[in-house]
Design a binder for this molecule. Structure first.
Ligand SMILES: [Zn+2]
Length: 98
């Protein structure tokens, strides 16, 4: 479990994290339309054409690095992708230290 201090977190993103979380499921079309994908579990960002394993009847992409279904395509993100991934990791996978 990775822990973050809130002081270190950029908060200047405009995305709705919960909306993006829904787009991590059934996201094969989004992945196909995106140049890059980012994983909000392991925080790797890489070209979307590297995603080669899909679950849920081939509709949900798995991360190449950690095999978690936590991929966000950059075509649905307006803010900095890395910032968005960190915010999502905090919300869905981490314990927050304040
Ligand atoms: Zn990952």
């Amino acid at each position: 479990m990775i822990k973050y201090k809130m002081d270190n977190i950029l908060v200047s993103i405009s995305e709705n994290i919960d909306d993006l979380h829904e787009l991590s499921q059934n996201n094969r079309d989004i992945i196909t339309r995106s140049n890059n994908v980012g994983c909000f579990y392991c925080l790797n960002i890489y070209p979307s054409n590297q995603v080669n394993y899909f679950i849920d009847c081939e509709k949900t992409g798995l991360c190449v690095y950690c095999h978690v279904d936590s991929l966000i395509g950059d075509s649905v993100v307006k803010s900095n992708l890395k910032d968005v991934l960190i915010r999502m990791k905090i919300k869905y996978f981490s314990t927050i230290i304040t």
